[in-house]
Design a protein around this ligand. Structure first.
Ligand code: SF4
Length: 303
């Protein structure tokens, strides 16, 4: 089947089955182009709540599809690749959080949305990189345990110095592998470019950046900035999105190594199979779903 035939087939199935395709900004260009909506975790969470279609094909990783199921359980949520996980989310379990609760009984537990359902069951509120600072500043407690990303956690600590913030020692191995040296080299190659970096990057990279932004924040920034060249400090899939949003600007990745293997597992073939066979459906026990939803609903209050 040619690519065009495959896309036609996907679109036909979407109509027949009343399905919608949501994609994260780190998906390949092909997937972003056929998706009904592409966004960061916060934008996708907001979108999921209002989906009217019967089926949501979620092109991203496991925790994102779980989030969609938590927020809109009436819909059938499909993850085209069952093996698309997030190594950062896997650095912490619900059992780890239970133990931390014993150690820090009077702390508010904030978890990055990049966590599995068993962790969301145990925490107070979720956040994404787009609203982490607002939530940390505004939760009604000066003592916070933040998990699982140490780099985003350090960024929060720097910006919310008035609070006592305990961090879990996890990381995104994609963002964390990018060194300051690499970034400086990229800056030398493109001296006129503005450097935008995701807060999951190492602290020294975050400090060196001109702007620290979530991927949703990056979209807004490139549309508004007068800069004509932009060095992008996040997963390379983002460049496809930014180029579409600001076609007259030039975008460069800070590193050729900036690829999330899990985000790149999904191909058009997988989406077609997913729609044909309605696989892989993501569900959770009702108790776990409800607890997870509560933490996401809390997060969605901070918009
Ligand atoms: S980019 Fe990092 S945080 Fe995002 S899915 Fe990949 S490993 Fe997980």
């Amino acid at each position: 089947m040619t690519k065009e035939e495959m896309i036609n087939r996907i679109n036909k199935l979407k109509k027949e089955k009343n399905a919608v395709i949501l994609a994260h900004n780190y998906q390949t260009g092909d997937i972003q182009d056929i998706a009904d909506f592409t966004g960061d975790s916060l934008e996708l969470a907001k979108k999921v709540v209002d989906v009217k279609a019967d089926i949501i094909v979620f092109c991203g990783v496991q925790f994102m599809a779980e989030m969609a199921h938590m927020l809109n359980p009436e819909k059938k949520v499909l993850l085209p690749r069952k093996d698309a996980g997030c190594p950062m989310a896997d650095t912490i379990t619900g059992e780890d959080v239970r133990k931390l609760r014993e150690q820090y009984p009077d702390y508010t537990f904030i978890a990055y949305v990049n966590t599995n359902a068993d962790v969301k069951e145990q925490i107070d509120i979720c956040c994404t990189s787009a609203n982490a600072l607002v939530i940390a500043k505004n939760v009604d407690n000066d003592k916070i345990v933040f998990m699982p990303d140490r780099n985003l956690g350090n960024y929060i600590k720097e910006n919310v110095p008035e609070k006592d913030i305990v961090l879990w020692d996890g990381e995104c191995n994609v963002h964390n592998r990018i060194t300051l040296e690499e970034v400086k080299k990229a800056k030398e190659l493109h001296p006129n470019a503005v450097l935008i970096a995701h807060p999951e990057c190492k602290p020294e990279v975050v400090k060196f950046a001109d702007e620290v932004l979530s991927t949703g924040g990056m979209v807004k920034f490139v549309k508004e900035t007068k800069a004509e060249e932009i060095l992008v400090g996040t997963e390379e899939g983002m460049i496809h999105r930014l180029q579409k949003e600001a076609p007259n600007k030039k975008f460069y990745s800070v590193s050729r190594n900036f690829v999330c293997a899990n985000m790149k597992k999904t191909h058009l073939e997988d989406i077609l199979e997913s729609l044909e066979e309605e696989k892989y459906e993501i569900t959770l026990p009702e108790e776990a779903r409800k607890k997870g939803k509560k933490t996401l609903d809390e997060m969605l209050k901070y918009l």
